[in-house]
Design a protein. Structure first.
Length: 268
């Protein structure tokens, strides 16, 4: 069967056409066909002017999507790490504040008591205050003392002896929070007169009986004469100069207290 014979046997179903198209006459059909032809020609012109499509664009798009996914995953991981670090930082900050406040509150209370004991006067005052109460470890700590019988003055305006006693009060106040087994004090009596030496030695003897051992380097007889034992270092010349050490146990000798005139048989 030839092509024309097969074409003659074709049956076209126009039932799917819109009603307007089915009711067209020949002129309207030709006008519609011309309009469709123009539309097809216009589309063909657009296609001809269009650049050749990049056949690798899809592959590149997939590569970009993969990179974007990697960046998103890295960002999410960084966000989680930042949150974890911030949480740990807040925990450390809270612990730091708690530990600092615990020590500072203890020292700020005890220091006034110790300062009164060293001065042997209830009118003496020692005051600690933080410049930044919310985060005291980020600012300074103000330390002021009112010596017995004197008005309030800044620490810089106190005498050398008064500064020494204030410093000792601070040292022993901190020690009371975290006690150490022994102390080494290097010429703390350098700026003290005999009256203040007596006060300091009395306090040190009281502390050494119960709380600690104290090793003191001193050049003043008024100070080292109140010790339990003395270790002296001196130079000796022979063919060359070398040092020797002398020791002296003072515990067998009675200690006369200047305050009450009583003889104390027990030493440091």
């Amino acid at each position: 069967m030839g092509i024309y014979e097969r074409e003659a046997q074709l049956i076209i179903d126009y039932s799917c056409l819109e009603t307007d198209l089915m009711n067209m006459n020949e002129e309207e059909v030709e006008a519609h066909l011309e309009m469709l032809g123009d539309s097809v020609a216009s589309i063909e012109g657009v296609l001809q002017r269009t650049t050749v499509p990049n056949l690798k664009a899809l592959e590149k798009m997939r590569e970009v999507e993969d990179k974007l996914q990697e960046v998103v995953e890295a960002f999410d991981a960084s966000t989680r790490a930042a949150r974890r670090c911030n949480h740990e930082f807040l925990q450390v900050k809270s612990q730091r504040f708690h530990l600092f406040s615990q020590c500072f509150e203890h020292v700020s209370v005890v220091i006034d008591q110790i300062y009164k004991r060293i001065c042997r006067n209830s009118s003496a005052q020692a005051i600690l205050s933080a410049e930044n109460p919310d985060e005291p470890y980020l600012g300074g700590i103000n330390y002021n003392c009112v010596a017995p019988g004197k008005r309030f003055m800044a620490m810089n305006n106190l005498s050398g002896g008064e500064k020494t006693i204030a410093a000792l009060a601070l040292v022993f106040a901190i020690h009371s929070f975290r006690p150490a087994p022994f102390f080494i004090l290097d010429e703390v009596d350098a700026a003290l007169d005999n009256t203040n030496i007596s006060k300091v030695t009395s306090f040190l003897r009281e502390e050494s009986k119960e709380n600690m051992q104290i090793i003191i380097i001193s050049l003043k007889e008024e100070f080292f004469s109140k010790a339990d034992a003395l270790l002296g270092v001196y130079s000796e010349f022979n063919e060359c100069m070398f040092s020797r050490i002398l020791t002296l146990d003072l515990r067998p000798y009675p200690l006369v207290e200047e305050d009450n005139g009583e003889t104390e048989a027990q030493g440091i």
